[in-house]
Design a protein around this ligand. Sequence first.
Ligand SMILES: Cc1cc2nc3c(=O)[nH]c(=O)nc-3n(C[C@H](O)[C@H](O)[C@H](O)COP(=O)(O)OP(=O)(O)OC[C@H]3O[C@@H](n4cnc5c(N)ncnc54)[C@H](O)[C@@H]3O)c2cc1C
Length: 395
Amino acid sequence: MGRARRIAIVGAGLGGLAAAIALRRQGFEVQIYEQATELAEFGAGINLSPNSVKVFRALDLADKLHAIGTEPTGLTWRDWGSDTIHNRLPFVDFETRYGGKYYVTHRSDLHRLLSEALPQEIIHLGKRCTAAESRNGTASLSFADGTSVEADVVVGCDGIRSAVRASVFGGEGPHYAGTMCWRALAPTDALPKDYHDRHVNQWSGDGGFIISYYIRQGKFINFVCVRQQPGWTEQSWSVPSNVDEMLAAFPHAGEKLRHMMAQATSCSKWGQFTGEHAPQWTKDRVTLLGDSAHAMLATFGQGANMAFEDAYVLSRWLSAKADDPAAALAGYEAARKPRATKVQQLSRTEVRFKKQHSGWDRLRRQMTFVTRHGVTTSGVFRFIFSYDPVSQWQG
Ligand SMILES: Cc1cc2nc3c(=O)[nH]c(=O)nc-3n(C[C@H](O)[C@H](O)[C@H](O)COP(=O)(O)OP(=O)(O)OC[C@H]3O[C@@H](n4cnc5c(N)ncnc54)[C@H](O)[C@@H]3O)c2cc1C
């Protein structure tokens, strides 16, 4: 059994870049193969919770994350029509409670932070992977341009429609979750000062919800606008849209919310896809990481956070068992799968309650989480945020 030294990563998204950084710190030679011809992320915000902020600390990237991050001061639930506040939860002392801060950032800033932590020559663009294979003590990748590469280990970080997953494990892939989503960014200088507060706001109503928060130190408001819609078939992650179409999809949003959304200068839409579509993540020297293994609904904003946890844990397992890569990958999967699966399940349960906030609804939500998952609703946040991949990487 050959020792693991050369790691080939498919996909230069958030998960693939983080995995490359973590693996290089453990001394591995890493190459990344990305289908896009240029490195980019789309214009939208993303939440980073204490569980993955601990990974950034372990990778010596905490200061850089702090520089691009904005720290929301709490979470507020509102009615999207009347602006009535249903509930407010201040974010108090996350460092002491959960061991790390809570940030929101622009996805492009985060993506750039990660890519700049890597030598650019290891990122190969325009390389669309078509197949992965593990055979005779080595792993290999084939690409649409007819080329192929060999490595000691292959990590499929190629997202929800993973080619690595499809070629190694088959299966049906993700299915449409019945909701579609607009993402928009509005510059705040078009609005009166402090028009939006420093909380993450969740505006809910019949058939959907809208999440809004400041990014880039309050220069922009990020909107994630989710609505039930049957029969979305478009496969793209980011279909161009516009403010008029977005506002028309949320006719019951109140005046203040509509006024903020109307300032948006970039706006795209897509259907949300999900599924427990990777029952197995690892086969011999090939494994999966991030959305390719465990795509989840964005209700707790945990997809990328889970990918960052995966990245760190994978690097430690491969380092600890470099002489036996298949055992290292099996250890990684055993350590990660129960947690990622649980967060997938919690996210699916939460989506039912996103638009219901009366006292009775909160009680029902509490009872559902306790009976179905054995945790209270505050226990859910404790479970997600308190986890420390750095000290608990063995599972
Ligand atoms: C509305 C919304 C809001 C979200 N908000 C949050 C949030 O606040 N916090 C959070 O943690 N998560 C959030 N997520 C989830 C998060 O965006 C994803 O979980 C995360 O981006 C997954 O990272 P990844 O690297 O696994 O996959 P991706 O980001 O999808 O990256 C995959 C990469 O692989 C490349 N690729 C694909 N196929 C191939 C191929 N065949 N060959 C070569 N390269 C390939 C792609 O071009 C891409 O660069 C949100 C998701 C949505 C939809």
